[in-house]
Design a protein around this ligand. Structure first.
Ligand code: CTP
Length: 420
């Protein structure tokens, strides 16, 4: 299976009928990338443009990318199109307006339906998601904010604009959020919220131990597995804190608490600070087992003619092992990156560290594990039950791990109830 196929297989947007409404803002050109990404995820996209949107971008662009006719006239017939006489809003699963101008927000908030898009918003019963983008002063105007509050109260979804340089030459809040973030929220709208009562602490990425000011000991972990777990837990409604080592990837949500650390000792302190409020701890981080015994404040210079040098290393704290001793009713999930004897080594770690679940993967296998978007793992429960998970995207694996966590939480609750 190709990487793209794996990605497409999982997305909640796959096979969904998505209407993308475009209104007249400079960010309209960015919507082309959104439409492209949606089609890549397997959605069938129908673009509706207002007259003002066409001042910025052309219907031809969107027709080419989406593969569907673009609607931009109020009384347009769908002659020859595969949706025939059925109205778009009837077949849609979600309507997203990107960018949403102050004008469109104001019209919908006040019940005005004078073009195809605003009429459709009024007529539809599917989730409507506004992604505003405008000048900072417009965004913070009392009228715009009052209209947004009114629409939120009526059940419309909104996303806050990002801050930064604006096309009008000013700086501030009003930029269109990154396409990745918009897609994440669109997926979120389709996800059932089955973890709303849970607080989940996730560790991710590598740790980095300094040898001197310019050199370090680290490992090949990209952070992708942990970020996927944090993202999926949040999508499913959990309260999530992510403690991350120096990963090179971006986290596509700004609604979770992220704690940045560098060394294993810093990660240990952050975990100990946050674990108490968590009911579930998922340790995907590839923690460096050793750090330099001596801190070298200056760059180490080559000495003499020797071809060798010795670094004295000191053991780092075993964070998950420490947690295992104070876990109480918590569910603790560990990861075991192995290159041989996968099942036996993982089972031993599960027992030794007092874990509920261990996720084992063979890091020696090509195309999976470190740095890859995909993984192939074995999920082993405390009971000894092991489930082989085939090659899937890390996001899908994260969901399967969270399903096992749900099961473990349920079992724990049942045992607790039996006791009282
Ligand atoms: N872990 C940890 N603290 C460490 C090392 C690892 O909390 N100092 C956690 C990892 O986050 C992972 C689990 O322990 O969830 C297993 O990590 P792994 O590196 O596979 O195991 P180790 O205990 O370090 O054993 P070894 O390196 O000898 O295989």
């Amino acid at each position: 299976m190709t990487l793209q196929a794996v990605e497409k297989q999982f997305s909640m947007l796959k096979d969904k009928e998505i209407i993308v409404g475009i209104t007249g803002g400079i960010a309209a050109y960015k919507t082309a990338d959104l439409v492209r990404q949606l089609t890549k995820k397997g959605a069938n996209v129908h673009v509706v443009m207002t007259k003002n949107a066409m001042e910025f971008v052309t219907p031809l662009t969107f027709q080419t990318i989406s593969g569907n006719p673009v609607i931009h006239k109020m009384f347009e017939l769908f002659a020859g199109s595969k949706i025939g006489h059925i109205t778009l809003s009837d077949i849609a699963d979600q309507l997203v307006i990107v960018p949403a101008t102050a004008n469109m927000i104001g019209k919908v908030a006040n019940g005005i339906a004078d073009d195809f898009l605003s009429t459709m918003v009024m007529a539809t019963t599917v989730p409507v998601f506004f992604v505003p983008s405008m000048n900072t002063k417009m965004w913070s105007s009392k009228m715009v904010q009052a209209n947004i509050e009114k629409l939120k109260d009526a059940g419309y979804e909104f996303m806050e604009p990002a801050s930064g340089d604006l096309a009008c030459g000013t700086e501030g809040k009003g930029r269109l959020p990154a396409i990745e973030e918009i897609l994440e929220r669109m997926e979120d709208i389709f996800t059932s919220k089955d973890l709303t009562e849970e607080t989940v602490l996730v560790t991710a990425g590598p740790t980095m131990e300094f040898i001197d000011p310019v050199r370090c000991i680290t490992n090949r972990s990209s952070g992708k597995m942990g970020y996927a777990v944090a993202k999926m837990a949040k999508r499913r409604g959990a309260d999530v804190t992510l403690i991350t080592g120096p990963a090179t990837i971006e986290f596509p949500r700004n609604d979770i608490d992220i704690v940045h650390v560098t060394t294993a000792c810093q990660m240990r302190d952050a975990v100990m600070e946050h674990y108490k409020k968590a009911g579930v701890v998922i340790m995907t981080a590839a923690v460096a087992d050793f750090r330099c015994r001596e801190e070298n404040c200056q760059k180490i210079k080559k000495k003499g003619d020797s071809n060798y040098m010795t670094l004295e290393l000191e053991k780092n704290p075993d964070i998950i092992g420490e947690l295992g001793k104070v876990k109480e009713q918590r569910i603790i999930v560990g990861f075991a990156a192995e290159t041989e004897n996968l099942l036996d080594n993982a089972k031993e770690k599960l027992k030794k560290k007092n874990l509920d679940i261990i996720v084992a993967n063979d890091v020696a296998k090509a195309g999976i594990g470190f740095g890859s978007d995909n993984n192939e793992v074995m999920i082993i429960e405390k009971s000894g039950k092991a489930k082989q998970v085939p090659l899937l995207s890390k996001e899908e694996i994260a969901n399967i791990i969270l399903d096992s966590v749900k099961k473990a939480l349920k079992n724990k609750k049942r045992i607790k109830e039996d006791w009282y």
